[in-house]
Design a protein around this ligand. Structure first.
Ligand SMILES: Cc1cc2nc3c(=O)[nH]c(=O)nc-3n(C[C@H](O)[C@H](O)[C@H](O)COP(=O)(O)O)c2cc1C
Length: 360
């Protein structure tokens, strides 16, 4: 292989690896892949090829630099080559750029996106359609179809409401993790004894408490650490806490009182008349502000939000079990009624899950 051939091979490999790095970088960013090895290694290859390319063309590079920045005598010395005389945006370059742009545009139009009608499910099952539609696909990765909007506030706070500080949730030694996992059951019979503030505090901390203050990381994992889930407590029977609807203020580890009152009947009715919801000491309601995840994860966002609610629900289950309390997840409820109870619009933020907790 001649030196010229080697130069062409290096240039071709450099272009290919550069393109690969760019595309895998887009995919990495889009799906929040923190350690995407294929992107990193392609980056190393690209850097190595760049060095090789420079080494092969070192003479040209130094000659150019000498002419451009050297002493006046050196600058004048060698006559510029024909290639160098061509201006940066000569006619040929302009033509190639225009053709490339037109080609990209046409290709973008021609590459078919996945249309819902092509999916192997009946349109009646929106969940199955959504699952197919939200699979990673290059046409979606490279071309934004919808406006995914910007990033909203990370924390929700209510102005001008009464705030309750909660006791320190740390230091409790309950059942071990193994025992909690082994003995956890969905419990729907409660004794009616009041829950203590300490117990309420530990439950809230296990669900959404900040466990690493430097970065604001919480007890349950969250895609991209974006934390779309908000937590509400409909308090029926907690010693020293007025019954009512509260919002969990994550940063302050406190409760914000949204409405004082007896909401046992309201939450039972919203929960399709499952009576244990009114007999529990507290009903936690998990909601989601979808845009917190949507701006970054686009069509995958809805999957992530629901998965996160599951993580938080399990934390609540295990924390309750570890403290000898009973918990039960409830997914069957009247969405509009539950959203109304919490003052949510049901669109930007909507209730996802109820977890009732009570003394047994
Ligand atoms: C997503 C989800 C929704 C649920 N919805 C309800 C519900 O509406 N009412 C209820 O009594 N239990 C509900 N459960 C609790 C299940 O019935 C319970 O987990 C199941 O019977 C297994 O029992 P175990 O939790 O004791 O292992 C739900 C559980 C999950 C995970």
């Amino acid at each position: 292989m001649s030196r010229k051939d080697l130069e062409y091979v290096v240039i071709a490999a450099l272009i290919a690896s550069g393109l690969y790095v760019a595309i895998s970088g887009l995919v990495t960013d889009l799906f929040g892949l923190h350690q995407f090895a294929l992107h990193r290694y392609a980056g190393y290859v690209c850097a190595a090829l760049t060095v090789l390319h420079l080494a092969l063309n070192w003479g040209r590079v130094t000659a150019y630099l000498r002419r451009r920045f050297g002493r006046p005598r050196e600058r004048e010395a060698p006559a510029p080559t024909r290639r160098e005389r061509v201006s940066l945006l000569g006619r040929r370059q302009l033509l190639v750029s225009a053709l490339a742009a037109a080609g990209g545009f046409v290709l973008g139009r021609l590459i078919p996106g996945r249309r819902l009608a092509e999916l192997p499910y009946e349109a009646a099952d929106v969940g199955a359609l959504y699952h197919q539609w939200s699979k990673p696909g290059y046409s979606q990765a490279l071309g934004a179809v919808l406006d995914w909007g910007g990033q909203p506030e990370r924390y929700k706070t209510y102005a001008d409401v009464e705030r309750i500080a909660l006791p320190d949730p740390h230091g409790y030694q309950g059942l071990s993790l193994e025992e909690a996992v082994e003995t956890r059951r969905s419990v729907r019979d409660y004794s009616g004894e009041p829950l203590s503030q300490e117990e309420l505090s530990r439950l809230l901390h296990a669900a959404q408490g900040i466990t690493e203050h430097r970065w604001g990381f919480r007890a349950a994992p969250s895609a991209g650490a974006l934390y779309p889930v908000e937590l509400y407590a409909v308090v029926h029977n907690v010693a020293g806490v007025e019954p009512g609807v509260y919002h969990y203020a994550v940063r302050e580890h406190g409760l914000e009182l949204l409405q004082a009152g007896d909401f046992r009947a309201a939450v039972t009715q919203a929960g399709l008349w499952q009576t244990f919801l009114g007999q529990a000491n507290v009903c936690f309601v998990l909601s989601a502000i979808f845009q917190r995840t949507r701006w970054k994860y686009r069509e995958r966002a809805y999957r992530y939000v629901l998965l996160e609610a599951g993580h938080i629900g399990q934390n609540l289950y295990l924390a309750a079990t570890s403290m000898g309390l009973g918990a039960c997840a409830v997914g069957a409820f009247l969405d509009d009624d539950l959203n109304d109870l919490l003052g949510l619009d049901g669109k930007d933020e909507a209730a996802l899950y109820i977890i009732s907790v009570g003394k047994v």
